[in-house]
Ligand binder design. Structure first.
Ligand code: MHF
Ligand code: KIV
Ligand code: MG
Length: 271
């Protein structure tokens, strides 16, 4: 009989308890092989609606559907043993109110095994967050620059500069009061991210925030150098895999044209 080491995966309570502690390591994942890789280092893995832009070539996250999120959620779940899995509620699947949000979130949880969902918005969505939490669905909130509002912003612009800092701070407070177990702070001045982090009792997870936040999250393809369409200033590339892939494809193409591939070891002989 094989010995199975019981690897208990992290819960939302474990994430919540990391407030003020060792920073939470978070990344996105969309596929099983990448989930296996990030699971070894991450506390939280997000199946982000960024999947639409990163893997499907869509111009924004707005066309991403609930069915797409569920398909990628199932794939990621197969690769995780340790990290907490969170799935984004896509644009159009929750804004009508608590009932619509619950139906969408319940499908995600039942069909993928996700431990929580993430939705974008502050004060305007706080009632929905409260409803989900009261009905057993943990929520990761997301305030600041929320990409599903790109058309309202007129671009992926920094939010919370100057006067509007207090608006973002009020949004963060509202989602924490509504029962979110943590909140993503996206693309805002570091000073504001620090003030929110000091004020809230729940962990803040930054993407374009501050090193003082309780955790950091980035899109996996961005850190691997696999996504080249744009590079937000908050992205740090730790590898250049698109370049490596292009080099590999060019070498294969050369080999095929010169008949250097296949070699002896790649062909089947009769005896
Ligand atoms: N690959 C990827 N990384 C992300 O962080 C990400 C996605 N996709 N898709 C969904 C949203 C969109 N996000 C964005 C998108 C653009 C900027 C941004 O700063 N854009 C710059 C242009 C950068 C460039 O062109 O190099 C801007 O000034 O609008 C920030 C966050 C964050 N999310
Ligand atoms: C970058 C994170 C926060 C996200 O929402 C996504 O990947 O969709
Ligand atoms: Mg998202």
């Amino acid at each position: 009989m094989s010995t199975v080491v019981a690897t208990k995966s992290l819960s939302v309570m474990d994430i919540r308890a990391r407030k003020g502690g060792v920073p939470l390591v978070c990344l996105t994942a969309y596929t099983t092989p990448i989930a296996r890789i990030v699971d070894k280092e991450c506390d939280l893995v997000l199946v982000g609606d960024s999947v639409g832009m990163v893997l499907h070539g869509l111009p924004s996250t707005l066309p991403v559907t609930l069915d797409m999120m569920i398909m990628h959620g199932k794939a990621v779940a197969r690769g995780l043993e340790h990290a907490l899995m969170v799935v984004d509620l896509p644009f159009g699947s929750y804004e009508q109110g608590p009932q619509q949000a619950f139906a969408s979130a319940a499908r995600i949880m039942a069909e993928t095994g996700a431990a929580a969902v993430k939705l974008e918005g502050g004060r305007r969505i706080a009632g929905t967050i409260r409803f989900l939490v009261e009905h057993g669905i943990p929520v990761l909130a997301h305030v600041g620059m929320t990409p599903q509002s790109v058309n309202a912003y007129g671009g992926y612009r920094v939010q919370g500069k100057g006067e509007s800092a207090d608006e973002i701070h009020a949004d963060a407070r509202a989602v924490a009061d509504a029962g979110a177990f943590a909140v993503v702070l996206e693309k805002m001045p570091a000073g504001l991210a620090d003030r929110i982090t000091a004020d809230l009792a729940i962990p803040t997870i930054a993407i374009g925030g501050s090193a003082g936040c309780d955790g950091q999250i980035l899109v996996i393809d961005d850190i691997l150098g696999l996504f080249d369409d744009f590079k937000p200033n908050f992205v740090k590339r730790y590898a250049h895999l698109a370049k490596d892939a292009a080099t590999a494809v060019a070498a294969y193409a050369d080999d095929v044209r010169n008949r250097s591939f296949p070699e002896d070891e790649h062909v089947i002989r009769d005896n």
